[in-house]
Design a protein around this ligand. Sequence first.
Ligand code: GSH
Length: 343
Amino acid sequence: MGYQLYYAPGTESFAVHWMLVELGVEFTTHPVDFAADAQHSADYLRLNRSGRVPTLVVDGVPRHESAALLMLLAERHPSAGLAPAAGAPGRAAWLESTVYLANNLAPAMRDWFYAAAGNRLAASGTLYNPPARPAVVRHRVRSGRLDRLAQSVKIISSMIHHLLLPFLLLASTVAVAAQEVDILSLFAAAAAEHRVGLAAKTRAVDGRPALAGEIIVTLIKGEGVETRSKPAEAGDLVVRNRCPESGNEEYLVKANRVGDRYGAPTGAADAGGWREYAPKGVEMRYFTLATTEGPWNFTAPWGEAMVAKPGDAIVQDPKNPKDTYRIATAAFRCTYAVTRHPA
Ligand SMILES: N[C@@H](CCC(=O)N[C@@H](CS)C(=O)NCC(=O)O)C(=O)O
């Protein structure tokens, strides 16, 4: 069963909404109509006694608190690499900044926003989230002393509330998570620890000639964008894995690599110009990242920015060790066959 998100536009629920989209997981949305005070209806209060959004139904149980929901989602979908694993470097900073944003920045922004909204809504007889506004803010709104300031900050505060806060909350899960590593020294360290084995890509793929200048975005199911290629040149091949579990992702193979890796097509072109290619099964050295390793940013040898996440395979061409890059967990499982396990 997918997640169910109860949300209202332009509120904290946006951060959770965005993360569900980012994760590529199944979910349904249920708008809560603030204009009709639906957040205080008996039905909604059964889901969330505080009468606020977001509420996320997880395995049939309604859960609350946007920061907790972001952390919960990051932990339930570790392959997305949105949180450093328990014990991993960066974990403490991730917890600290997420809780800081939830405890300090979010309430301050809410008060600021509601003070502005309060002026508008008090005039119409609707008090917006009165218990959430501290006495000092209520007093200022009532006495009108904040009126001018509130009006002047109204637009900017609502922009911050609508856009910046969800962005910061989600960004903290992403940005703190990734540190820059040198993929070659990472591989050398794994080899020194006897963690390197051999594997060959065996599963047939689909390929079509790349159009000059086209950019191929590699999208991994449950993870989002893995890489964006440089503009393709004549002779490059767009390759599509046959792996529904990783989203039948597409990537660009440079013309000078096509011959070693795939050779000539083995099937006729379909309506979209795709033809079957059988990988040549070139043996690659590989090791697998442990659950406490990553996510790490690195630059692939062909210049694309990549993220190595816990559970991923890092593969290296023994004949050209500079050719070291990351294969997402599901894609490695689906497309590679291990020919020698690490010693
Ligand atoms: N700490 C909660 C705060 C949620 C919250 O205050 N949500 C506001 C929208 S940003 C709300 O639902 N207000 C309902 C109301 O004011 O009646 C969280 O992060 O989920």
